[in-house]
Each structure stands twice: as C-alpha cells, then as structure tokens.
Write a protein that binds this ligand. Structure first.
Ligand code: HEM
Length: 322
C-alpha cells in the first residue's frame, strides 16, 4: 500500500497521468485533437492574466441584472462554437465578405443565438486588464462555467489556452444538432466529437434554464401565436440550474422534441433512457457528469501553441484591424 501510494505520488508519474487524462479528454474522433500540440490547462492565465475569471464574472453579473436570460444564452454560444471547427471562437466572427461568411446566419443561430454584445463587453474589460492575452474562445468557455454556477449549478475547473481561429465553417454550422433530429442522429452528431450517450444526456441538461421559441417546441405554437413567442425551456424551475429538466422528460413535458427523444425514441430504452432516470433521481450525479461533459466539449479541437491568434475584437480577425 505504502509502495503503491509512493509510486502514485511520484511527480513524473503524476504528470504522465495528468497528460494522459488531458489527452483522453482532448482527442475526439475525426481528427479533433488540439492543434499546436499544447494541452489546455486551468492555470493558463495564472501569470499572464490572473484576474481573467473575476473580470468575466463581473461583466456577466452586471449583464444579468437587466437580462436574466444571459447565462443561458452564453453557455449555448460555447456549445455552438465548439461543435463547429472546434472551440475556436469562429461563431463570434461577423460577416467580412468574401473572406468570412458569419456562422451567425445559419438556421441554428439566426434570430436565436444571442449574448454577442455581452461577449464584446467581456472582451473590452479583458483588453483593459490584460491586453492581447485572453482569447475569445476561452471567454466562451469561462462564461459557460460562470453562467452555470451563477444559476445554482455545479462548478468545475475550466481548462484554458485556446486560441482564436481565422475562418468560419458554414457547412459544419448547418449541421448543428436540430430540435427535430431523431435520437440516432443526435447520438451520431455527438459521437463525431467523441461525446457518448452520457455526455449527450448530461449536456442537454443545460435546457434546465433559458428560453425557446414556440416554433421549436413539441406542441408547436398555440393558434395565432407568432412563431418566435418565447417559452421557458424548463417549465418547473425556469431560471435555476437543477435536475428538474429530467423530471419534465419523465412526464413527457420536455419542450424540445430533441429532449423528449432521449426517453421516447425506439433506441432510447437501451441507450439514453436509463441515464435520464439516473439524473432525474440524483442531482449530484447529474452535476458531476455535466461538469465532466462540459470539459470534454470544451476540448473539441482547440487551436493552441502558435496556431490561430488572440483576437483584439471577437467579431473580426486581427488582420482586418479593430
Ligand atoms: C442535442 C442537441 C441540442 C439541440 C437540438 C438543441 C436545441 C436547442 C434549441 C432549438 C433551442 C431554442 C432556440 C430558440 O428558440 O431560439 C435551444 C436553447 C438552448 N440550448 Fe440547446 N440544444 C442542444 C444541446 C445543447 C447543449 C449541449 C447546450 C449546452 C451545453 C445547450 C444549451 C441551450 C440553452 C442554455 C438554451 C437557451 C438559450 C437562451 O435562452 O438564449 N443546448 N437549444
């Protein structure tokens, strides 16, 4: 026992185990390993911008006073960023034709993705505190964790060190998961990034807060209601990050068809349904898995090392000025 624990506490072995874990988290299928060969690290800004976390938190706190929905909107931006070209801030780029066609106009984002002005405010505050240091892709990762924590959800150590991409990917953005995808399609879209059924069920648990337009809901809009009428994604505790969302699924009362399929689809019983039951019964179990899955999602294909750049303005590449 003593020999085993002294072996485990050897610094080299600890480092090796740490690297192996990071690589396991960082190496999704289809070539989505980090470019630049540098693993993300929670200590990345400890020297260069020690106030990064506090700055991001303060701006989000201020923003949610006038817009309580902003935490939900920000975590969704991180998801839509990571699933397209990896977590490289590509979602944040505005049109700059013909070179850059913004991902903001694809159906999954158009008149739907929001919070971009708050990201601008965070970037401005960080440029004041530590110019040219914190990437826009890392802002989204930090904002996601802070948003969950502010709404009562779990905390986790955000891995950092992503750099910003110089391109967008419209084809991939057009392939973001749809609320009308059957379960096997959703599973495939997650598996493409090495995210398994537990990750799928845990990450959809983010629908515990935020809003949905009635055009996307299971019931669709009531007669005469405009299709962009907003409803709560979680009808029980709409602003709290908790496990009530899974209880809604058990009652057939999920808002999105893509939520309910995790229980109702033909392939659900052998795959996602037992996980939904687990998370409905045990919030701590959900919280633990959600945090792990967020770290995995945040590791999708980051640019690191000298790849990409640290944008001065999240809406434009540096070559375009700011
Ligand atoms: C299975 C894949 C998913 C699908 C099909 C999906 C679909 C949607 C749709 C259709 C909306 C409503 C958009 C609107 O009405 O404008 C929405 C909202 C939201 N989604 Fe997802 N989603 C998925 C996964 C995720 C993941 C992985 C996260 C985060 C980890 C997430 C977080 C959110 C949040 C927080 C909102 C509310 C945003 C707000 O109020 O601004 N979703 N999602």
């Amino acid at each position: 026992m003593a020999a085993a624990s002294s072996r485990i506490s050897s610094p080299r072995l600890l480092l090796a185990a740490h690297c192996a874990l990071l690589l396991a988290l960082a190496g999704p299928a289809h070539g989505y390993a980090p470019s630049g060969g540098v693993a993300l690290s929670s200590a990345f800004y400890d020297e260069s911008c020690p106030s990064a976390y506090d700055v991001v938190r303060r701006v989000i706190q201020d923003a949610r006073v006038s817009d309580p929905r902003i935490p939900a909107s920000l975590i969704r931006l991180h998801f839509h960023d990571c699933f397209v070209n990896g977590c490289d801030g590509s979602l944040l780029l505005d049109d700059d034709l013909p070179a850059i066609q913004s991902e903001k106009h694809v159906p999954a984002n158009d008149k739907s993705a929001r919070g971009f002005e708050v990201v601008d405010d965070i970037k401005s505050a960080l440029e004041e505190a530590c110019p040219g240091i914190v990437s826009c892709a890392d802002i989204l990762a930090l904002a996601a964790e802070i948003s969950v924590e502010l709404a009562g959800g779990p905390r986790w150590r955000v891995l950092l060190g992503r750099r910003d991409g110089m391109t967008t990917n419209i084809a991939s953005a057009n392939n973001l998961p749809s609320p009308f995808d059957p379960l096997n399609k959703l599973q495939e879209k997650f598996r493409n990034f090495n995210l398994d059924d537990t990750d799928l069920v845990a990450l959809q648990g983010a629908h515990t807060f935020g809003k949905v337009q009635c055009q996307f809901t299971q019931e669709n809009c009531a007669a005469g209601q405009p299709e962009d009428t907003l409803e709560n994604l979680d009808r029980v505790t709409p602003n709290v990050f908790d496990n009530k969302y899974y209880g809604n699924l058990l009652h057939g009362a999920a808002q999105l068809p893509s939520d309910q399929v995790m229980l109702s689809d033909a392939v659900a019983e052998a795959t996602t349904a037992p996980i939904v039951h687990r998370f409905a019964a045990n919030q701590q179990d959900f919280f633990r898995n959600f945090a792990t899955s967020m770290v995995k999602m945040g590791n999708i294909g980051p640019l690191t090392g000298t790849d990409g750049e640290i944008r001065k303005n999240c809406r434009r590449t540096n070559s375009k000025g700011y």
